[in-house]
Design a protein around this ligand. Structure first.
Ligand code: SF4
Ligand code: SF4
Length: 364
């Protein structure tokens, strides 16, 4: 019995020039560093299985001897139990691509730590190799990150290899501008789930937030994705409250109508992560109340809701934790980019009390 982490022994995260155990690591983010590294300067090379686990052991051995790797300090994933030395991978994050066919105002790929690049390695060879070696367990979770998965060149092959055959459980955020038939098949025939951040109920608001005029295309894709009972259940429609863009019940009601017409029941409510940072990590009551109101209305209409990770903690029980782990995590990240325009917009708005008051005081 000792403290360790499942991901340090059984996780892989593919970044666009790094291979790590996970994509968490709050302490490292504070220090401007990175998660537990398996290989720096990684570009898709095949690492022999023995070598791979040898590198992973470097961290798990520290846990085994009662310590904690610097990269993992304070991480909420650490737990005490009877750990075994079994060699397998059952959680893979793929976030090594960043290109996208939308341009959302809140996208981190545009603004902050991660810049878009078409320079991406091929991930299929290493994944195929690990699967053939029997190292990737059946039922493994795949979490897709990065840019837009449906325009990533290996999307179809990846889905064929791991999702449609029910080998892995795959979680895909997609903007649904481009329809992928393989993605639909994976949702309908296997255990793949998509999250679509629509954030709007109208073409006009959609265009303002996503900065592409693709609302109608998204509606067409969503109809195809929601074609069967099983695929409907695999969709989560998300409404990110973006201050000054869609922070009103009128837009949310239209969003609910779309969800209802599609037959999609699972909804997520979230808030633009940049707002909190700029507002000194405090969420004004205006938004808390708005989120409650949205949640109440959605529940009344028999939707299943989740307040998503960033600022609100779970769901239909109506409890809100303003400062859960993820909030602390986000707080800990040092952003090199600070959006002056956004700061100005927020400071001019009535509900942005914290920042607005500071701005006012400075003026006086
Ligand atoms: S303890 Fe945290 S930082 Fe370390 S491997 Fe696990 S999830 Fe990653
Ligand atoms: S769809 Fe996702 S990756 Fe693309 S711009 Fe929007 S937030 Fe960024």
């Amino acid at each position: 019995m000792y403290k360790s982490c499942h991901l340090i022994q059984h996780g892989l995260c593919f970044f666009n020039n790094l291979l790590a155990s996970c994509c968490f690591s709050p302490v490292d983010q504070i220090n401007g560093q990175i998660p537990p590294l398996i290989q720096d300067n990684y570009w898709g090379e095949i690492i022999p299985v023995d070598e791979l686990f040898k590198r992973m052991d470097k961290y798990s051995d520290i846990f085994k001897s009662g310590g904690c790797p610097n990269e993992c300090k304070n991480c909420y994933k650490i737990e005490e139990k009877d750990w075994t030395d079994e060699r397998y991978i059952d959680q893979i994050t793929i976030t090594h691509f960043s290109m996208c066919n939308a341009d959302c105002v809140y996208c981190t790929n545009n603004n902050e730590r991660w810049e878009r690049t078409p320079n991406t390695y091929s991930i299929i060879p290493i994944l195929k190799y690990l699967k053939e070696q029997g190292i990737i367990r059946k039922g493994c979770e795949f979490h897709i990150g990065g840019g837009e998965f449906t325009i990533y060149r290996e999307c179809d092959e990846l889905l064929e290899l791991f999702a449609i055959n029910n080998f892995a459980r795959v979680f895909v955020p997609t903007n649904a501008i481009k329809y992928s038939h393989n993605l639909f098949r994976a949702m309908d025939e296997a255990t793949t789930y998509i999250i679509v951040s629509l954030d709007s109920g109208s073409r006009k608001t959609y265009k303002k937030i996503k900065r592409v005029d693709s609302f109608n295309q998204v509606m067409d894709s969503l109809k195809k994705y929601a074609a069967t009972d099983k695929s409907k259940e695999a969709i989560r429609l998300k409404y990110i409250i973006v201050p000054t863009y869609n922070d009103n019940m009128g837009e949310f009601k239209k969003f609910l109508k779309i969800a209802k017409n599609l037959g999609v029941r699972n909804l997520i409510i979230d808030i633009d992560a940049r707002y909190s940072r700029i507002n000194n990590y405090k969420i004004d009551d205006y938004f808390i109340n708005l989120a409650y109101k949205m949640n109440d209305l959605a529940l009344k209409q028999n939707f299943i809701t989740e307040f998503y990770c960033f600022f609100f903690h779970n769901t239909n029980n109506k409890t809100v934790k303003k400062d859960n782990f993820i909030t602390s995590f986000i707080k800990s990240i040092k952003f090199k980019y600070f959006d002056e325009d956004l700061k100005r917009i927020y400071s001019e708005r009535r509900y942005c009390n914290t920042y607005g008051n500071i701005a006012k005081q400075k003026k006086n």
